[in-house]
Design a protein around this ligand. Sequence first.
Ligand SMILES: Cc1cc2nc3c(=O)[nH]c(=O)nc-3n(C[C@H](O)[C@H](O)[C@H](O)COP(=O)(O)O)c2cc1C
Length: 324
Amino acid sequence: MKHYLPNDLTVPEVQRLLQGGVGPRPIALVSTLSKDGINNLSPFSFFNVFGANPPIIAFSPSRRGKDASLKDSYINLTETKECVVQAVTYSMVEQVSLASTEYEPNVDEFIKSGLTPINSDIVKPIRVKESPFQMECKLLEIRSFGEGGASANIAICEVLKFHVAEDLFVDGIIHPNKIDLVARMSKDFYCRAFGDAVFEVEKPIGKKGIGYDQLPDFIKQSNIYSANNLGKFGNTESIPPDKEVDDFISQMNNEKPVNYESGEDAFYRYQRDGNYNFMLKAALEILSQDKIKGKRLLELSAKASLESNDTEFAWKIAMFAGRI
Ligand SMILES: Cc1cc2nc3c(=O)[nH]c(=O)nc-3n(C[C@H](O)[C@H](O)[C@H](O)COP(=O)(O)O)c2cc1C
């Protein structure tokens, strides 16, 4: 590890560390209005949500790094105390980056970025039509920390009204693949929360997993299971009893599935296809000829079923493999 005290670094070095290690950061595309009626639009990735009752979000229009001056968004917010914060999606990210250009205060970044202005219902700042998730907000307070370049000005806002595109919803939630959000990382890196980048981790709400410490040693010490696999095993409430494992294995041994092929080549083909049922069947057959290889293939079958969220199935194989 490298170790740093902030005071031993320059401000840009501290900023680079923070931007590299704290991410991916959601991006707030913030629309404000100056007291002279000029629209301003700027992205801020020092941004998040902090509560739902009332709905509170905050972002930081920091002082400029080069001369410690205040940004137009900050000035507008302190003067007019309203903003609209919109989510940034993949299809608009280049225009949003364009909106981050340091134009003069009298320049309307809606015009510069080509993003489409639409009126808000409650606040004066206007919304960005291209964003499918828009929040009309009032400023509650700004907390400033320091007066040098890149110092924080945290604008804490309450959401007064949400505008959400209907097609974002799947089963009552905003689905990641529908909203297609982007986030900021270090330097010029962004990431897109879509497709293969999106995965699910089951919440341990309402249940108490046995915990990592209660996992049998043969599971903890296996070189097949990853740390994530162990975490998932530890998140289940009980270990299947021997009888259940025996019944399951003999049922598997007796099954004669159609289109099933034996052998190691077939096993790895099933692994590629994510067919953990057939992986187990092939592993059990190989086990009767070669215990070491069979055990390894059984653990690979447990891993595959675990990663397909069939934790019960995985536990039974893992417990059986542990006896070998
Ligand atoms: C994706 C992205 C995220 C940004 N995040 C921040 C941020 O969190 N805080 C900040 O002060 N500037 C941030 N910036 C830079 C501002 O957008 C930029 O300084 C902008 O010109 C400020 O405009 P204003 O002076 O009109 O308020 C970011 C820029 C981009 C492209």
